[in-house]
Structures are given as structure tokens and as C-alpha cells.
Design a protein around this ligand. Structure first.
Ligand SMILES: [Ca+2]
Length: 485
């Protein structure tokens, strides 16, 4: 539970917030990879809006995610904590819907924004606690939420229902299994544009957690890829990335219509890099590793999983045409927001990040001792650290630590562990320093409780998909969402 001091401190933040409040939008795409965007070298998939925005702003080649699956990545952004301190360090399934909730006592960027007088909203995929838990969007600072609360639910793009705040709303013509009449992203985007038009003239904080291009690979229209000599899965993937692109384009058009573009920071990124093996049909066709420049993909600790397609856009404030390889990470965004708004965390509460405000404006990236990641899945945790150009990777607590020099070997091909025992020692010191023990996240294995809940949760999900289940209290879509406005 939050204590009284913390509540009082949040009220003080509201009182000290500066008069001119810039808007903040974090667009987090589920599973988009650097190599998917034209501006990073993609040749087959078209992303004209993202390419233009990246060129109008600053593009990052070493922007690091929170960690390399959905729930802990977004939690790292939302709490300003890296995955050695975060309450969520893996995808932890709850039943019947939802993921492990962010505890009430954690201060989130949503709560900070709310206390600073912002209108707040999340669209897309939440994954940080179901509506009846401490991690509910509303309890963690969001005035409005629209989309999928649960990550398993989000595997379908033609679901029978979505959530408008905590109210389930039905999507016409969908069976929840494969195809249907109402594409979820279409409705999520409509709700986002509707909310933005209603609230965009007052200071706002938006977390747009796009589900595309995460699997399953389903879309209502293959568009410009319909006649390509590709599999349906490849066409769907390309069309989903292009849909992400056009929907971001519409968001920016709406900001311009409202006349607030110059007062709005957009940060764009993927949540875990590519979800495909480079030798898979998608990875290969679309050359997601950019000719082997980056090693690894989702669920791993190599740079192909950690480095994201990322840019910042803020006309007149973030320099146009800048491309930088200076590293930063998503847990920096909460302190950045604090800095942008002239607010502070409650007394005694600290984040793991550093404000990027000067860096965004064209200055150097903040200095720090290290970056750290861990990820917990069935077989034990993987960990990684970066300091200067050195990278340490532990693929399992029982396996030897690997050492790479990212300046000379960005593809992490040459493990230098045998030549540098002093760096192994330093990596161990970082791992010890960064990892706060947590009974829910033992390093050597996943807990039996987690395993059991995961099995039950997926069983429920499959049963619901088969029966086309709809929550008993579901309502029809409101008129402004049911058809284009
Ligand atoms: Ca993801």
C-alpha cells in the first residue's frame, strides 16, 4: 500500500508543475524490429511516415528496451526501473485474464503525469494488471484505457471484445479465432483519435502500446503486398508494419490539426526487437538483422533483442536529421518526463534512469555506470550488462558469462571472456549490484506457482477462443467507434 508521505508528495508535484506543459507520447510497438523500418534499411516493407518522422527528428541506433518480452519491457518504461529492480521481470500470467500487476506501492510515470495535471490515456495492450488488481490502468494513473488488458487476449486481431476502460465492448462479426469483420487495431486507432481530439488541447500524456506487428499474423487487408510472391504470413507481417506506419501518420496529422505538434514530444520504439529467428521465413525475407549487423532476437540478451527501432520527434526542440549511436534505455523516460515537466519523484523514491532532456535537445547522452537487463522465462533467467563499449551476457546462471566489445564487434560474434577475466569479474559485480532479489523472480528457475498459473491461463484462453466467449456484461461499441467518423 502507498503510505501517506508518498500520497502527499504526489500532491506537491501537482502544485510545483510548471505552467507550460509539453505533451508526451510514447509509442511502443509490439515486436517491431530495427530492420523493419525503411529508415534503418528495410527495402520491402514500406514505412514512409515513420521514416519521415525519424528524419524530422532524431534517430537512435542504440536505444535499449526495458527487457526483451512484452510485460517487463512496458513495466520498465512505466516504472522507471530496470529489470533488476522492477516488480515485473518476465511474462507472468494471471487467470482468467491479465498479467502480474504492478503493485500499488510502485510510483509510475502515469501517476506522476496525473499528479502533474495531465490528461492520461493508454491505447492498445496494457499487460500490467487486470482491472480488478492494483495494476489496473486507472489505479496506475491512466484516466482512460482502450484495447486489450491481457497479452494472451491480444494474440487475436479479430477478438470478440476489447475493453473501453474496464467495460468490455463487443466487436461485430468476429469469432475470436482467426478472421472476422472488425479488425481490432482499426477500433483502437479510432478510439485514440477520438480521445486525442477531445483532450489534445490540454496537456496530455499518451502511452500508445500498439499490438502490431506481434503475432498472430492477421490483418483485414494485405494492401500493397496482396500480389507479392510471398506467403500469407509474410504479406500479413509486412501489412501490419505498414499499418503501424499509417496509424502513426494519422496520429501526427491529428496533432497538427489540433495545432499542438510543436508542444508534443513523441518517442517511438519497439518493445523487444524482432520476434523472428534470422533464418525464419520472415526474418530472412525482410533481412531483419540488416545483413547480420545485430545478433539475436526476442527473449534473448544480444543486441538484436535489446536495440530498438527508435526515434524522438518534437518539432523545434528535438533536432531534425540527427542520428546518434549514444545509448539510452526505456527506464530513462520517466525521469525525462519529470525533467520536461519540472516535477520530481516523491521524496525517497528513485528511478534507475537518467533524464534524456538535454540529449533529446541535441546534447550528449547522460553518463552512467552501466545498463542492466534480466529476463525470466521457464529455464532460468538470462542477464546482460553494458558499460562503455563492453557487453556481458549470461544465458543462464549456471553458464559462463560471455564478453563482447560492441565498438569492434557489434554483431557479438567474438566472445572475449577467456582473454578478459577482469571484465568477467566486473560483470559479476554489476550483476550483483543491479539485481534485487525477489521471491517471484528467482534467477535459477521459474516458480512452480508461475508455471501452474501459466498452464491454467493458456487453457482458459484456448477454451474461450473455441467458444467465441464474450464477457457477460459486454456492451455494443459506442457509435463513434462503430463506424469511421
Ligand atoms: Ca513484444
Amino acid at each position: 500500500m502507498k503510505n501517506a508521505i508518498l500520497t502527499v508528495s504526489l500532491l506537491l508535484i501537482a502544485a510545483t508543475a510548471s505552467a507550460k506543459k509539453p505533451n508526451f507520447i510514447f509509442i511502443l510497438s509490439d515486436d517491431v524490429a530495427q530492420g523493419d523500418l525503411g529508415v534503418y534499411g528495410q527495402k520491402l516493407i514500406k514505412t514512409p511516415n515513420l521514416d519521415r518522422l525519424a528524419n524530422e527528428g532524431t534517430r537512435y541506433t542504440q536505444a535499449y528496451c526495458g527487457t526483451t518480452v512484452c510485460a517487463p519491457c512496458r513495466t520498465s518504461f512505466y516504472t522507471g526501473l530496470h529489470s533488476g529492480n522492477s516488480p515485473v521481470r518476465g511474462n507472468y500470467a494471471m487467470i482468467p485474464e491479465g498479467q502480474y500487476p504492478i503493485p500499488d506501492g510502485i510510483v509510475t510515470v502515469g501517476e506522476i503525469a496525473k499528479a502533474a495535471g495531465y490528461q492520461t490515456a493508454t491505447f492498445g495492450k496494457w499487460g500490467m494488471g487486470f482491472f480488478d488488481t492494483e495494476g489496473a490502468p486507472k489505479k496506475q494513473g491512466m484516466d482512460h484505457f482502450f484495447g486489450y488488458n491481457c497479452q494472451r487476449h491480444a494474440h487475436s486481431y479479430f477478438p470478440t471484445y476489447l475493453y473501453n476502460d474496464s467495460q468490455p465492448v463487443t466487436l461485430p462479426g468476429n469469432n475470436g479465432r482467426d478472421v472476422g469483420e472488425t479488425y481490432a487495431q482499426e477500433i483502437i486507432q479510432r478510439d485514440m483519435v477520438h480521445w486525442l481530439k477531445q483532450n489534445g488541447k490540454n496537456p496530455f500524456f499518451m502511452f500508445y502500446a500498439f499490438t502490431i506487428p506481434h503475432g498472430r499474423y492477421e490483418i483485414d487487408d494485405f494492401g500493397i503486398y496482396a500480389d507479392k510472391p510471398w506467403s500469407d504470413k509474410q504479406k500479413a507481417y509486412a501489412a501490419m508494419v505498414t499499418r503501424l506506419d499509417s496509424d502513426v501518420g494519422e496520429l501526427v496529422d491529428t496533432l497538427k490539426e489540433l495545432g499542438v505538434a510543436e508542444n508534443t514530444l513523441i518517442v517511438f520504439g519497439g518493445d523487444n526487437g524482432s520476434s523472428f529467428d534470422p533464418n525464419s521465413d520472415i526474418g530472412k525475407l525482410f533481412n531483419q538483422t540488416m545483413d547480420g549487423k545485430l545478433r539475436g532476437f526476442k527473449r534473448g540478451m544480444y543486441e538484436g533483442a535489446l536495440r530498438q527501432a527508435s526515434f524522438a520527434w518534437w518539432p523545434g526542440t528535438v533536432p531534425a536529421g540527427r542520428v546518434t549511436d549514444e545509448p539510452w534505455a526505456y527506464w530513462d523516460l520517466m525521469p525525462t518526463f519529470l525533467d520536461m515537466t519540472g516535477t520530481t519523484t516523491p521524496e525517497g523514491y528513485r528511478t534507475d534512469g537518467h533524464s534524456l532532456l538535454d540529449f533529446l535537445k541535441g546534447g550528449p547522452a547522460p553518463k552512467r555506470d552501466y545498463f542492466y537487463w534480466e529476463i525470466h522465462e521457464g529455464g532460468g533467467a538470462k542477464c546482460a550488462a553494458r558499460w562503455d563499449d563492453w557487453k556481458a551476457v549470461s544465458t543462464h546462471p549456471d553458464k559462463p558469462i560471455e564478453i563482447y566489445n560492441l565498438a569492434k564487434d557489434p554483431g557479438e560474434k567474438n566472445n572475449l571472456a577467456n582473454e578478459h577475466p577482469e571484465l568477467i569479474k566486473h560483470a559479476k559485480e554489476i550483476f550483483d549490484d543491479a539485481h534485487t532479489p525477489n521471491l517471484d523472480w528467482p534467477l535459477d528457475r521459474r516458480t512452480e506457482k508461475q508455471n501452474k498459473l501459466s498452464r491454467e491461463a493458456w487453457k482458459i484462453k484456448r477454451q474461450r477462443d473455441q467458444s467465441g466467449w464474450v464477457p457477460p456484461n459486454a456492451q455494443a461499441l459506442p457509435d463513434y467507434l462503430a463506424r469511421p467518423q
